[in-house]
Write a protein that binds this ligand. Structure first.
Ligand SMILES: Cc1cc2nc3c(=O)[nH]c(=O)nc-3n(C[C@H](O)[C@H](O)[C@H](O)COP(=O)(O)OP(=O)(O)OC[C@H]3O[C@@H](n4cnc5c(N)ncnc54)[C@H](O)[C@@H]3O)c2cc1C
Length: 410
């Protein structure tokens, strides 16, 4: 069953396949009071052709590949690409390997707080699609555009969340997809945009200007890896008056509230894509646990990617993309241990309703939301992050490892 029939919110992923499939433009996405978008039917235009139900991945889950999985960990050789990527820059490496001629790359771009999918036809514009925007992107006409590009004989790279990839596959139905490469991000759900809107109101009151750009995972300005702080997940706000605000993850209420699953989209709590059966040819994530099982790829906290090839096609493209990378094959089951969203969907939080009520209430200020729902960092965590943590442990590991290598070669 799907949302269009039942109106049960957790049955809609917000992928927009139904809206784009409608031959009469009788469907449109509309935001609900929590800030999540759902399709609404204009009964005057609807001809009851049923196409919207048929392309809904909640009704017709597209098939996943059963090819042998191949996992790889590492980071881009170009330090500037690594700095301007969320993890290790795997998305850019794939695009570089993919874009020779007659190509289009679709991914999520942003303007201010607005996040939307768009296509680029020149690899020099790729940066607009890089970096994770932790808000559900508007798909717009992307699926239709992908279909016409494929029909016109173009090569298409589409990157998005697993539900968006499933939506696209469902939308394309029997179209020839031999020229389509599907890349998905590991996804722990999408948060309500109401939080960043309250944050925007707050910064305007406090600093006299609204947010111009929001970088959810800034790694800093300098192109020296020793200055990067990948696992500090720094959020950086550039305000319209030139002021810059940034905070390490532990002091940022956003991460605390979202990762307690207090404000995720209803369907994310039952996400059918959060398991090892993947929708895309390639799955990209952070190489969490890198300091524990492959410290040689930690690279001074500059950011590392986990790449999982789910299909032979994905593996073929990654073999080309890996030329831009420093890294190596990983044991998939070991990588899986550190990647909860590849194993299970997020759990319900019984406080979600109360937190969402506060977010929806125009009288409840941002500071009140943070005080009530975010948890401050523990002393142990701060000790690990700023005094003795991953970075220092990997430094010692490197010293010991290099000593062993020297002794071996002596
Ligand atoms: C909402 C969301 C949740 C995520 N959760 C996790 C997680 O729990 N664990 C984990 O390991 N990794 C997670 N990731 C993936 C991770 O943040 C990186 O996107 C991924 O590792 C690729 O990084 P990169 O350095 O290769 O490329 P980057 O250059 O940083 O590329 C980012 C890629 O993500 C796409 N993208 C960005 N924002 C969105 C969006 N809003 N919707 C759809 N696609 C988008 C871009 O088009 C691009 O392809 C998440 C990403 C998103 C967008």
């Amino acid at each position: 069953m799907d949302y269009l029939r039942t109106k049960v919110k957790n049955e809609c992923f917000g992928c927009e396949a139904c809206v784009q499939a409608c031959p009469k433009k009788a469907l449109a996405m509309q935001e609900d009071s929590e800030g999540f978008r759902y399709p609404q039917v204009n009964e005057d235009l609807c001809i009851h052709c049923d196409l919207c139900h048929r392309v809904c991945p909640a009704n017709n889950m597209p098939e996943c590949s059963h090819d042998q999985k191949y996992a790889y960990g590492g980071y881009h050789k170009d330090i500037e690409i690594r700095r301007t990527s969320t993890s290790g820059g795997a998305f850019t490496a794939i695009a570089q390997a993919f874009c020779d001629e007659n190509y289009v790359v679709y991914g999520a771009a942003s303007e201010g707080l607005d996040v939307f999918h768009k296509g680029i036809v020149d690899i020099r514009d790729l940066q607009t699609l890089c970096k994770s925007k932790y808000s559900q992107s508007r798909i717009g006409d992307t699926f239709r555009d992908v279909k016409s590009c494929l029909k016109a004989g173009k090569k298409v790279l589409f990157a998005g969340t697993p539900c968006q990839v499933a939506g696209l596959k469902s939308f394309l139905q029997s179209a020839d997809i031999s020229n389509l490469l599907l890349v998905e991000v590991v996804c722990e759900g999408v948060p309500s945009p109401l939080y960043v809107r309250k944050l925007d109101d707050h910064v305007e009151r406090k600093y006299g200007a609204r947010i111009q750009t929001l970088d959810y995972r800034s790694k800093g300005f300098k192109s020296t890896p020793s200055s990067f702080k990948w696992d500090f997940q720094r959020m950086r706000l550039d305000l319209k008056n030139g002021k810059i605000l940034d905070k390490d993850r532990w002091f940022n209420p956003y991460w605390s509230i979202w990762l307690k699953h207090l404000m995720s989209r209803p369907s994310c709590y039952q996400c059918p894509f959060a398991n090892t059966e993947r929708q895309a040819d390639i799955t990209l994530g952070d190489l969490w646990g890198v300091h524990l099982y492959c410290p040689e790829l930690y690279g001074k906290n500059g950011g590392a990617s986990l790449i999982v090839c789910n299909t032979e096609k994905g593996r073929k493209f990654w073999a080309k993309a890996a030329e831009y990378f420093i890294g190596h094959e990983l044991d998939f089951n070991t990588a899986l241990k550190y990647q909860a969203p590849l194993r299970k969907h997020i759990d319900d939080n019984p406080d979600r309703e109360a937190c969402m009520r506060d977010l929806m209430d125009p009288e409840t200020k941002y500071t009140e939301i943070c005080r009530k729902w975010a948890s401050p960092p523990t002393a142990k965590l701060l000790f690990q992050k700023y005094i003795w943590g991953n970075r220092q442990k990997v430094f010692i590991w490197n010293l010991k490892h290099n000593d062993k290598e020297r002794n071996k070669n002596a």
